[in-house]
Design a binder for this molecule. Structure first.
Ligand code: GUN
Length: 285
């Protein structure tokens, strides 16, 4: 292996110690940071994510509530739960696990969360702030990916960054964050012509596609920073990323593993966003 491993577990362990210290400080002031997660339906992957979020909260001493709702929940019921959490002073962060069942309106539900408790950074107010370069809550996966990139020590100014995937959750905010670091950013997606011609120019390559082994070694520039956001299951049921790790690690300069990479950092950033929301709430009390 020539690439250096960007170990999300190691980085998270270190960051979570600092988050736990901030939680302890708030508790001394009578505030226990609280995160509420709403999960609608029975999606197995979402159930695992929600369980990991609860475990993360426990680890740093945060209060956590998981509201598990049946598949046939109505929009009005979902929004009712969000409004109750908006008004609950023991809750500083609200997360609606995505994707929602098809009959529910995701954008409408996210708009109901008060922006101060939007620890996912998905509310249009927070997404708009990121776009405008204003301080606000930054979505957890791109925030975690940027922290991993920062830890390479590479100066990003003027570097070519290629983001594959254009979702609101990852691709778009990731592109904005890379742009803020003065990268020249290219966004690729399912309609991109000659994808490999773009990815081969990337000093920083972010794969957020949702297809196992989609990024092959011939698509990667030697020495590149390769960030794998994918969480897929292969034919044997094993969790694998969007990057063909075994082959790409021989070409890249740095690479994130799956599991133990970006996914772990996403939860760490969620904990960080929640403690920050609690600190803001404590200041305004
Ligand atoms: N589904 C996949 N990733 C995420 C995330 O970061 N937040 C939420 N709410 N749902 C997700």
């Amino acid at each position: 292996m020539s690439a250096q491993l960007l170990d999300g577990k190691l980085m998270s362990d270190e960051l979570r110690v600092r988050i736990a210290e901030r939680v302890a400080l708030l508790k001394e002031k009578g505030v226990q940071p609280g995160l509420a997660v709403i999960l609608v339906g029975e999606d197995p992957a979402s159930q695992i994510y929600v369980r990991n979020k609860e475990k993360g909260c426990e680890q740093v001493g945060m209060h956590s509530v998981a509201i598990r709702l049946p598949e046939n929940t109505t929009q009005a019921e979902l929004e009712g739960h969000i409004r109750a959490l908006n008004a609950d002073a023991s809750i500083h962060g609200i997360l609606v696990q995505l994707p929602l069942p098809k009959h529910l309106d995701e954008a409408a539900a996210l708009a109901v969360i008060v922006p101060e408790k939007d620890v996912d950074g998905f509310h249009v107010q927070n997404a708009g702030k990121l776009m405008s370069g204003l301080p606000g809550v930054v979505a957890c996966t791109p925030k975690g990916a940027m922290e991993m990139i920062r830890r390479t020590g590479v100066n990003l100014s003027g570097k070519e960054a290629v983001v594959v995937g254009r979702s609101n959750i990852v691709g778009k905010p990731m592109a904005m964050l890379l742009l803020q670091q003065n990268c020249t950013v290219t966004m690729c997606h399912s309609r991109t012509a000659d994808l490999a011609a773009h990815t081969r120019r990337a000093d920083v390559l972010v794969a957020a596609v949702g297809k196992a082994k989609f990024i092959t070694a011939d698509m990667v520039k030697p020495g590149a920073i390769v960030i794998d956001v994918g969480i897929n299951r292969n034919a044997e049921g094993k969790v694998v990323g969007d990057v063909d790790f075994d082959a790409v690690k021989e070409v890249a300069g740095w690479i994130t593993p799956v599991p133990g990479g970006v996914g772990r950092m996403t939860i760490t950033m969620l904990l960080e966003n929640t403690v920050e929301a609690a600190e803001r709430a404590a200041l305004n009390k």
